[in-house]
Design a protein around this ligand. Structure first.
Ligand SMILES: NC(=O)c1ccc[n+]([C@@H]2O[C@H](COP(=O)([O-])OP(=O)(O)OC[C@H]3O[C@@H](n4cnc5c(N)ncnc54)[C@H](O)[C@@H]3O)[C@@H](O)[C@H]2O)c1
Length: 374
C-alpha cells in the first residue's frame, strides 16, 4: 500500500476568506521575500535560476484549424520557483492570457498557483490566483514605499488605471498614511474617473482624474505606473519633480536624461541580468529589451551611461541594511518591479496556512494509493 495524497483546493472565494486582500499583511510577506531574494535563498526557472518563466506564444498563422494564433496579450506562461526561509516550498504559477477574454466576461488573464512539497513533488494546494497575483504585484510597491518614499509624502499619482494599479494603490495606501490626494491619469478618461471614484470611496481621500500625464505628476510625491501597452506611455524628464519616488510595475518611455538623472532601485538585479541574457541570445536584442520594463535602462547600461546590473541596487539589500536607500529629500528614485513567482509562492503559502488553520477550502484526493508506487 502506497501513501495517500490529499491537497487543498482553494477557489477565489476561499482565497478571499483566507485574507488575500489584506494588503498590509501582504506587504509584510513581500518584504520577507525581498530579504530572501537578497540572501539568495530562492530558485526560479532556467539554468541561471532567475528566469521569470517560460512562455507559450502563438504563431501569426497556422495550417491547423484548432491551433491558437497570435492575438493581443495572448499567451500561456509557467512560472516555477522554490522559496526558502520559513516558506521552504516549491510551486508554479500558470496562466493563460487573452485580451479577448473581456468579451466573455472573464479577466484578461486566468491564473492558478500550485504549491508542492519540495521533497516529493506532491501537490499541497491548488489555488485560484488572480487576486493572489494582483495582491503581490500591488504590495511590492508598498514595500518600496516603506524604504524609498520621502517622509510625509502627500500626493500619489496613478498612471494607467487598470487591475494592477488598483492593487498597487491598495498596497501603497496601506503603508503611507500621510497621503491626502490621489491623482489619476488613464488613456481613457472614463476609466480614470471610475478609478478616482473608487479610490476616494475606498481610502477616504481626495481623488481626481486629470486629462494629461503631466498634470498627474505635477504635485506627485509618489507615482505608480502600470499602464498596458495599448498606446506608448511617454513621461518627460521635467514632469518628475525632485524627491519623487516612481514605482514602475508596467513600462514607460522616457528621455535618457530621466533615467540617467534618477537613482535606480531594482526588485532583483539577477532577474534583469537573465532578461538581458535572453534578449542577447535572440536575433534582435533591442526587441527583447523593449519587451521589459527595465529595457530602456538596459540600453543605457550597454552605452556605459548607467551602472551595470552587477553593481546596481536591489530593494532587498536596502532592507537588509547592506545598501543605502534614499539619501536626500530631493533625490528622484525609480523602482522597477517586473514580478516574480517567489512572491506568489510567499503569499500563496501564507494563505494556505491561514486556510488550514481556519478550515477554509476543500480537501481533494490525488490518490488513495498511487498505482505506480512500486
Ligand atoms: N510587475 C508585475 O508584476 C506585473 C504583473 C502583472 C501585470 N503587469 C503589467 O502591468 C500593466 C497593467 O496591467 P493591468 O492588468 O492593470 O492592465 P489593464 O488592461 O487592466 O489596465 C491598464 C490600463 O492602462 C491604460 N493605458 C494603456 N496605455 C496607456 C497610456 N499610454 N497612458 C495611460 N494609460 C494607459 C489602459 O487604458 C488601462 O486602463 C501591464 O503592462 C502589465 O503587463 C505587471
Amino acid at each position: 500500500m502506497g501513501k495517500r495524497t490529499d491537497f487543498l483546493y482553494m477557489s477565489e472565494q476561499d482565497m478571499i476568506d483566507a485574507g488575500v486582500n489584506d494588503a498590509a499583511k501582504c506587504v509584510d510577506v513581500c518584504e520577507e521575500v525581498f530579504k530572501l531574494l537578497a540572501t539568495g535563498d530562492y530558485l526560479m526557472g532556467g539554468s541561471n535560476h532567475n528566469s521569470h518563466g517560460l512562455a507559450l506564444v502563438f504563431p501569426e498563422t497556422t495550417p491547423f484549424p484548432n491551433m491558437p494564433v497570435a492575438g493581443p496579450d495572448r499567451r500561456f506562461v509557467a512560472m516555477p520557483a522554490y522559496l526558502g526561509g520559513r516558506f521552504d516550498i516549491c510551486g508554479n504559477k500558470w496562466y493563460g492570457s487573452n485580451a479577448a477574454n473581456r468579451e466573455h466576461g472573464l479577466p484578461r488573464s486566468v491564473l492558478t498557483l500550485v504549491l508542492n512539497d519540495k521533497e516529493t513533488g506532491e501537490p499541497l494546494a491548488f489555488q485560484s490566483a488572480n487576486l493572489l497575483s494582483s495582491a503581490r504585484t500591488g504590495c511590492i510597491p508598498g514595500v518600496a514605499c516603506r524604504y524609498l518614499a520621502r517622509k510625509n509624502s502627500k500626493v500619489l499619482a496613478v498612471v494607467g488605471c487598470g487591475a494592477v494599479n488598483h492593487a498597487c494603490v491598495a498596497g501603497i495606501m496601506s503603508q503611507v498614511p500621510t497621503i491626502e490626494k490621489i491623482v489619476c491619469y488613464n488613456l481613457t478618461f472614463a476609466h480614470g474617473q471610475q478609478f478616482a471614484d473608487w479610490a476616494a470611496e475606498t481610502f477616504g481621500v481626495e481623488a481626481v482624474c486629470v486629462k494629461t500625464c503631466e498634470e498627474a505628476l505635477a504635485e506627485a510625491d509618489l507615482v505608480s505606473v502600470a499602464a498596458s501597452r495599448k498606446a506608448p506611455l511617454v513621461i518627460e524628464d521635467e514632469w518628475v519633480k525632485p524627491g519623487t519616488l516612481m514605482m514602475l510595475s508596467g513600462p514607460m518611455t522616457a528621455p535618457d536624461s530621466l533615467w540617467e538623472n534618477t537613482t535606480m532601485v531594482w526588485d532583483n538585479t539577477k532577474l534583469h541580468e537573465a532578461y538581458v541574457a535572453d534578449a542577447r541570445a535572440s536575433e534582435d536584442y533591442h526587441k527583447g529589451y523593449a519587451a521589459q520594463i527595465g529595457g530602456p535602462v538596459y540600453e543605457l547600461i550597454d552605452q556605459g551611461k548607467k551602472e551595470p546590473l552587477s553593481e546596481a541596487t536591489d530593494l532587498g539589500h536596502i532592507i537588509l541594511g547592506e545598501k543605502q536607500g534614499r539619501t536626500s529629500d530631493d533625490e528622484r528614485i525609480i523602482f522597477i518591479a517586473s514580478g516574480m513567482a517567489v512572491f506568489d509562492l510567499g503569499w500563496g503559502y501564507t494563505l494556505y496556512q491561514n486556510a488550514l488553520e481556519k478550515g477554509i477550502g476543500q480537501k481533494l484526493t490525488l490518490w488513495d494509493s498511487p498505482a505506480q508506487a512500486e
